[in-house]
Design a protein. Structure first.
Length: 294
């Protein structure tokens, strides 16, 4: 834990990658009145808590599941339930790459098409409609002489916005695993409902990483020092200046702690008992090389 941010999230790092850890209690209220609460932790690379609030990032938890379910159409839509035809590893690899190429190209065209409708959710674009439009365009050779990079002439650009799917419902249900030795589904131990139910309420409470009882512990002291030094991140700070500002009476042990944090890579020693923030601990606005990728 490099520092605790004002909204409760904290800065940390995985080897050379700086991330922000967010702990949140998420409470769902279903249409049947059932309340389900769970603790979730997210590690994300957007480090600025002002530009990317912790609660806004926590609300994106359900969106991440789409990265798993989005590839279902590879079998159900593109292959219509069929299995791959090749009988050797090289042929299977070729088929998989072909399917992924077609699928990703379709998705890119769908996103470009949905941009023509301001405010429309990309989830409402239909892959079936896009696939049929692409097939018709290939069979009929429409716009064969046009610029292929211009998506405005694509049949997908016209078909997808005109046949949007209904808005996706927020739903929840228990995750089920089929038992290979029984035709009856196993009852999961989760408190979530066995059948899918609509979510009518969603409450998110961000949990602070550092409890109040740890204010005078080494980790609490470290966070106070780092937060103070971030007010002027590029200048050196003398140990006595820091101890006076934070009302620490034990200057000797405090200097020992500063030396330990310097060995851990949190501080850079510039002179005797004088330190400044290490590059990894600079705030995002003071470190232009920080990655802000989601």
């Amino acid at each position: 834990m490099l520092a605790v941010l004002p909204n409760g999230s904290c800065l940390t790092r995985f080897q050379d990658l700086r991330v922000r850890a967010i702990d949140a209690d998420i409470t769902l209220t279903t249409s049947s009145g059932q309340r389900i609460t769970g603790r979730f932790r997210r590690a994300t690379t957007p480090l600025d808590h002002r530009h990317d609030p912790a609660e806004a990032l926590a609300r994106l938890s359900d969106e991440r599941w789409e990265t798993r379910s989005a590839f279902y159409p590879l079998r159900h839509t593109l292959l219509t339930g069929r299995v791959l035809r090749s009988q050797n590893p090289r042929g299977l690899e070729q088929e998989v790459w072909a399917l992924l190429t077609v699928y990703q190209t379709q998705r890119m065209a769908m996103v470009d098409a949905i941009k023509s409708l301001p405010g429309a959710d990309p989830d409402r674009a239909s892959l079936t409609v896009a696939l049929q439009a692409a097939r018709d365009q290939l069979v009929c050779a429409d716009h064969a002489l046009s610029d292929p990079s211009d998506c405005t002439v694509s049949g997908i650009a016209t078909a997808v916005p005109s046949a949007l799917l209904p808005s996706r419902r927020s739903r929840t249900s228990a995750r089920k695993v089929k038992c290979p030795t029984s035709r009856y589904p196993a009852h999961p131990t989760s408190e979530r409902p066995l059948t899918s139910q609509n979510i009518i309420g969603l409450a998110i409470e961000i949990q602070t990483q550092l409890p109040a009882s740890a204010t005078h512990s080494h980790s609490g002291q470290r966070n106070q020092v780092l937060q103070l030094m971030r007010t002027e991140p590029h200048r050196p700070w003398h140990a006595r200046e820091l101890a006076t500002a934070l009302a620490y009476a034990q200057h000797g042990s405090f200097c020992v702690q500063l030396g330990r944090w310097a060995r851990e890579g949190l501080l850079d020693r510039t002179a005797d008992a004088t330190y400044r923030l290490a590059p990894d601990c600079l705030p995002p606005e003071a470190s232009p090389t920080d990655s802000q990728c989601p």
